[in-house]
Design a protein around this ligand. Structure first.
Ligand code: NAD
Ligand code: IPM
Ligand code: MN
Length: 345
């Protein structure tokens, strides 16, 4: 029986995860859940962000972590989110941030004349290094001479494993194209490493067409001609940015799912969106990203039929217009969950 650690987290994390868990209750009633009280409220209450022993339990005792969102205006430093979310990515070595960009219903695409056949690719975001490690420092803080340095870390091992993961996934899923995106024209050291590693890994996959776009052009092309992409691989920060853009073209941030993975190890699944403090507590957040994320988790646990079942139910819900207000609907979070469950049955 797979064991799942559940972390609703902050803001709409609670509301959307509740619906994801209801859907899991229908599709995978055998899962064993343990809830973890982690997030801004806990931090404000007793100063705890992420107990080290909890991280070890996630690593050793659980198959996956299902997380809502982290981020709260009452914690401007965001220290708890860094310790929990980035902490899990780094300490569990979840080097693949897998973010599909798939339009399920043309009505919700903001691009002119684009449909599901044009928006269907996945982004492999490097998840353990880049500009996210916190390496750097501040000097002469709060003086006019202040200096702040944020260093981008790129290791050959780290770059190679995410690029290889992208090619392997493409190969296994019958895809023929992998596009790597960097900013090697301006970033001479780290992104030159990406260029060299990409060429050498690509040479091992002669069946797959390897291409490259600078990230500025990538963002433009994702809007103008998303149909050219099957698999995109990029670094941590660029992957963060382009997957919010990807979310927009697949129908909105309320529909984008993601998995933080290291094949064979326990993984962490979360919607791409954040805690949305502007709508938290109102019961109007779109739970579909969290529900699709639950489906992705089942796929990872070796249940692709259940993942497909959830995707089909979400698609039915979209087709029927059972959507929250940011998609032009009138349904509440709970009602969208009900609609997905009705479609499942
Ligand atoms: P956000 O994704 O929370 O919200 C951006 C906009 O999208 C807001 O207008 C919000 O209302 C809307 N939105 C997001 N999810 C939605 C949903 N499910 N349904 C309907 N509308 C939705 O991004 P933000 O405002 O920049 O961040 C808020 C907090 O969340 C910050 O503290 C940030 O650091 C954090 N954050 C956390 C995660 C995560 O835990 N994985 C991801 C992104 C941001
Ligand atoms: C995401 C989020 C996080 C990130 C934040 C909350 C640190 O935006 O998962 O996309 O930048 O990775
Ligand atoms: Mn993000």
């Amino acid at each position: 029986m797979p064991r799942i650690a559940v972390v609703p987290g902050d803001g709409i994390g609670h509301e959307v995860l509740a619906e994801g868990l209801r859907v899991l209750g229908v599709v995978a009633p055998d899962l064993d859940f343990e809830h973890f009280d982690l997030g801004a409220a806990r931090y404000l209450r007793d100063g705890t962000t992420m107990p080290p022993e909890t991280m070890l339990r996630w690593r050793d005792e659980f198959d996956a972590v299902y997380l809502g969102a982290l981020g709260d205006p009452r914690v401007p430093s965001n220290v708890h989110a860094r310790d929990i979310l980035l902490g899990a990515r780094f300490q569990l070595d979840l080097y693949v941030n897998f973010r599909p960009v798939r339009l399920l219903d043309p009505r919700y695409c903001p691009l002119k004349d684009k449909g599901p056949e044009h928006v269907d690719f996945v982004v492999f975001r490097e998840n353990t290094e880049g500009l996210y490690t916190g390496i750097g420092g501040q000097f002469k803080r709060d003086t006019p001479e202040e200096v702040a340095v944020e260093q981008e870390m790129n290791t050959r091992k780290g770059v190679e494993r995410i690029i290889r993961a992208a090619f392997e996934w493409a190969d296994r899923h019958g895809k023929t194209k992998v596009c790597m995106s960097d900013k090697a024209n301006a970033m001479r050291h780290g992104h030159d490493l990406w260029q060299r590693v990409f060429k050498s890994v690509a040479a091992e996959y002669p069946r797959i067409r390897a291409s490259h776009l600078y990230v500025d052009v990538l963002t433009m092309q994702m809007v103008l001609a998303p149909e050219q992409f099957e698999v995109i691989v990029t670094n941590n920060l660029f992957g963060d940015i382009v997957t919010d853009l990807g979310a927009a073209i697949q129908g909105g941030i309320g529909l984008a799912a993601s998995g933080n993975l290291n094949p064979g190890k326990s993984a962490l699944f979360e919607p791409v969106h954040g805690s949305a403090p502007d709508i938290a507590g109102k019961g109007i957040a779109n739970p579909l990203a969290a529900i699709l994320t639950a489906g992705m988790m089942l796929g990872y646990l070796g249940r692709p039929q259940d993942e497909k079942r959830i995707q089909d139910a979400v698609q039915a819900c979209l087709h029927a217009g059972n959507v929250t207000r940011e998609l032009g609907g009138t349904r509440t979070t709970r009602e969208v969950g009900d609609a997905v469950i009705a479609a499942l049955r």
